[in-house]
Write a protein that binds this ligand. Structure first.
Ligand SMILES: Cc1ncc(COP(=O)(O)O)c(C=O)c1O
Length: 353
């Protein structure tokens, strides 16, 4: 048995001893030669993770902060949000809070946005500068069909940028930044990357960077044009979370050693195991059939008590997620993401049985 409860939350997720030990090492300065070299080394590793040859960077900020950064850098005024749960709705609110004209194609929580819905909206409205898509909607366990949605944007409004929330997807769900024609992606370290929260990693297309250069008042810390110049020289815009940067670097090496495809498959396998368990025990998915995320499964509690299930998991040494927001007691979530081996998930499922 572990010396602490093992996190099967949909973030933050379990962070193993090797990575935690790196973060306990003595500090170095962020302008030291060694750290500058580390920053330079990390960028190509991030590119590989996102499958892009374009721009990758990171910043000390929760994903929510980077949502504002993206809007302030990449959108003068008109942006479309595809909303289907708490986090996609959050980015919509962020755009409104930044004073942009933010429209939405909204579906019920638990549903995914389908490509034809997006096509119908785009063909009946003035063009948008950007379309915002949440790949894995952590609140409902829905995986939106990102590749197909991005293809619709590219086809119908080729000038619109495709901005993606991949917070609970990057490193767990299949994703090809360049091949799928994405322009911006944000993700946090606390989900499929199995690290503590604290850094937001981003991908940026060259055309998005060129667009940013035309947008006024991008802000200071999150000015992508200025940051890119710094990162090219291994210099972060401000003092980063130095220990976490080292741990991220090591984790990116470990992910490369596992192999991205193998990692994606492990997540799919964990999803299948969870599905089999739910079928056996009579739990129905909250998320629409065929649109379920490989990193987080959300089930209806039906006549079972969510606090009861969570207590049962904890007694066996595991932390399970309750429902998000308004779904708190109606659903529960199993975050099978990050570095969990299949065997550990099997232990959790057996304990819940
Ligand atoms: C899909 C998604 N987007 C955004 C966020 C917000 O991330 P943060 O708490 O790092 O701002 C989360 C957090 O759970 C998330 O799951």
């Amino acid at each position: 048995m572990s010396d602490h409860p093992i996190l099967f939350l949909p973030g933050p997720t379990e962070c193993d001893a090797e990575l935690r030990a790196i973060m306990a090492m003595p500090l170095v300065g962020h302008r030291s030669k060694g750290f500058i070299e580390e920053v330079k080394a990390i960028i190509p590793k991030l590119r590989a993770l996102m499958r892009t040859e374009q721009v990758a960077m990171f910043e000390n900020i929760p994903a929510t902060g980077m949502m504002s950064g993206a809007i302030r850098n990449l959108v003068h005024d008109r942006v479309l949000h595809l909303t289907c749960g708490a986090f996609s709705e959050r980015w919509h609110k962020v755009s409104q809070a930044c004073g942009r004209t933010a429209d939405a194609v909204a579906v019920e929580w638990g549903e995914a946005i389908e490509p034809e819905q997006l096509r119908a909206h785009l063909t009946s409205h003035d063009p948008y500068e950007a379309v915002v898509i949440t790949y894995s909607e952590t609140s409902t366990g829905v995986l939106n069909p990102l590749r197909e949605l991005a293809a619709v944007v590219r086809e119908v409004t080729p000038d619109a940028l495709v901005l993606v929330d991949a917070v609970s997807a990057l490193g767990g769900a299949e994703l090809h930044f360049d091949e799928w024609g994405l322009d911006f992606l944000l993700s946090g370290t606390q989900k499929c990357l199995a690290l503590p929260p604290g850094l937001c990693v981003i991908g940026l297309s060259e055309r998005a960077l060129a667009k940013a250069a035309t947008v006024k008042h991008r802000g200071f810390l999150l000015d992508f044009v200025k940051s890119k110049k710094g990162y090219d020289a291994g210099k972060t815009p401000a003092t980063p979370n130095i220990p976490l940067v080292y741990a991220l670097s090591r984790q990116l090496d470990r992910i490369a050693a596992e192999g991205l495809e193998t990692r994606w498959q492990r997540h799919l396998d964990m999803q299948s195991m969870t599905r089999a368990w739910a079928n056996e025990h009579g739990f129905a998915y909250f998320s629409a059939e065929g649109r379920q995320s490989p990193t987080v499964s959300t089930f209806r509690a039906s006549n079972r008590s969510v606090p009861g299930l969570i207590a049962k998991a904890l007694a066996a040494g595991f932390v399970l997620g309750n429902g998000y927001g308004k779904l708190k007691n109606e659903t529960f979530r199993i975050g099978h993401m990050g570095d969990h081996p299949r065997e550990r998930l099997a232990e959790l499922l057996a304990a819940l049985s």
